[in-house]
Write a protein that binds this ligand. Sequence first.
Ligand code: GLN
Length: 187
Amino acid sequence: MSSATPLVGVLALQGGFEAHEKVLRRLGASTRQVRVPADLDGLDALVLPGGESTVMTLGIEREGLAEPLRSFAAGGAPVLGTCAGMIMLDRVHLGVLDVLAERNAFGRQLHSFEADFEVEGVDGGPVHAIFIRAPWIAQHGGDVAVLAQVDGHPVAIRQGNIVALSFHPELTGEDRLHRFFLGLLSE
Ligand code: GLN
């Protein structure tokens, strides 16, 4: 981490923001719940949590957060989107990532499952991941690095300062993805 105590915002309109805050604080960061554009001021990094992308989209519109979120990401600070947060970052939502996320991609019958796999850039063996009605990346541009796949579909990607995950590292006691994310602060 670059500064002693980075301040990480967690979009808190809806969804699993508190679990992210717990992991980030455990790793030595300060956190701030982001609900309105002014909450983005002075943040070192930002997390968009899982939840329900349709509800999150409405909240972002209601609070006038779309443009402020886009400028924050364009400013180069690390941004992490998990599950619905990944969907929010894609071409048809905030348009921050050059990817198309497919909602509920693993099928209705398989709402939730767990899997272990290697994630590029994350040392220490396979990551244990929980998927909950998860998206995958259906299309991506040339600037997007695929860090992990499940059944041939990207479930972890990086484009510059932005990382998006189909799964929920905040729910498994697995700190390595958040460490990887905070590590972007010193790149
Ligand atoms: N299925 C949800 C959506 O489409 C995402 C699920 C999640 O974030 N766990 O928004």
